[in-house]
Design a protein. Structure first.
Length: 81
């Protein structure tokens, strides 16, 4: 079973969102848990992280295969990219 560890920033941002958006994000997290490699791999200073798009947000995460842990790093609006 995959352990999910959200960052404090991620939890703070998620708590401020509308309920319908939170449901959408939680469904996306469930998909990531089933297949952690679905995200787009990032480069340069964000190497080692992946990102998935949930209109209009991007969810940034990292997966540690050895510890079987999913780290939810950030959730931000696409315009702030």
């Amino acid at each position: 079973m995959v352990n999910v560890k959200p960052s404090e920033d991620f939890e703070k941002i998620l708590s401020k969102l509308d309920k319908s958006v939170r449901i959408k994000i939680n469904k996306l997290i469930d998909r990531i848990i089933l297949n952690p490699k679905i995200g787009k791999h990032m480069m340069y200073d964000r190497k080692g992280t992946m990102e998935v798009y949930a209109k209009p947000f991007r969810l940034s995460y990292s997966y540690d295969k050895n510890a079987d842990t999913l780290y939810l790093l950030d959730l931000y609006h696409k315009k702030k990219q």
